[in-house]
Design a protein around this ligand. Structure first.
Ligand code: ATP
Length: 210
């Protein structure tokens, strides 16, 4: 059974770092697709600048015509903070046997121990950590210390079980962040080519991030 990729985030706004990560991971891991799941409110971060509805609309614009990528609004429909453990639990109820690959950048992996019930994430999904410029990747020592297991040797292991592996995935790095895009927009700079044109047009039409 092909694994399904999951990429959660604030997507404030979505950019090419997210989109390339999703597509490259799909190819490298043989995923059936990747679901992009915007958080209503990330417990560890400040309030997003754009509303949940706007962030979902930008995501929808960004993936238009790309059949491998879909949006999933379950966190937006849930009241309160968006805990990944709750999202994985609800996905598991729908897809009891499908291998789930929770994709994240190296910055997310770094802060994982602050996530709500982080130890249980691995019972519900594989963790796939993509290198992000400026952050250390997955070390075997950290993997052992956190989850009492070795990192997976390669993508093959992910299709064999529904959950439980930690994989460090080397993809072509893109040093793009939503923070930089918001800064450029606030300061009157030009963020073009860091994010899809239709998303930038949407931002300008609705005067977001100014
Ligand atoms: P911000 O700058 O506001 O913190 P961000 O660019 O990190 O935003 P998020 O929506 O917080 O975007 O990211 C969602 C997920 O995508 C996280 O797991 C993050 O690590 C990952 N990610 C985002 N940009 C990249 C990138 N350029 N390379 C690798 N991973 C990335």
């Amino acid at each position: 059974m092909k694994p399904l990729g999951i990429l959660g985030g604030t997507f404030d706004p979505v950019h090419h770092g997210h989109l390339r990560l999703a597509l490259e991971a799909q190819a490298a891991l043989g995923l059936s697709g990747v679901r992009l799941i915007p958080a209503r409110r990330q417990p560890l971060r400040e309030e997003t600048m754009a509303s949940p509805a706007r962030r979902l609309e930008m995501l929808t614009l960004a993936i238009e015509g790309e059949s491998a990528l879909t949006t999933d609004d379950r966190e937006l429909r849930r009241e309160g903070p968006s805990y990944t453990i709750d999202t994985l639990t609800s996905l598991r109820e729908e897809l009891p046997r499908v291998p789930l690959c929770l994709l994240m950048g190296g910055d997310s992996w770094e802060g994982l121990e602050r996530w709500h019930r982080w130890r249980e994430l691995i019972d519900l999904a594989h963790l796939v950590v993509v290198h992000r410029p400026g952050y250390p990747g997955v070390s075997a020592a950290r993997c052992r210390q956190r989850f009492d297991r070795e990192p997976a040797a390669g993508p093959g292991a992910l299709a064999a079980t529904p959950a439980g592996e930690v994989l460090a995935l080397a993809l072509p790095p893109l040093a793009i962040s939503a923070t930089r895009i918001r800064t450029l927009l606030r300061e009157g700079g030009n963020p073009r080519y860091l994010l899809p044109d239709p998303v930038l047009q949407y931002i300008r039409n609705h005067r977001l991030y100014t």
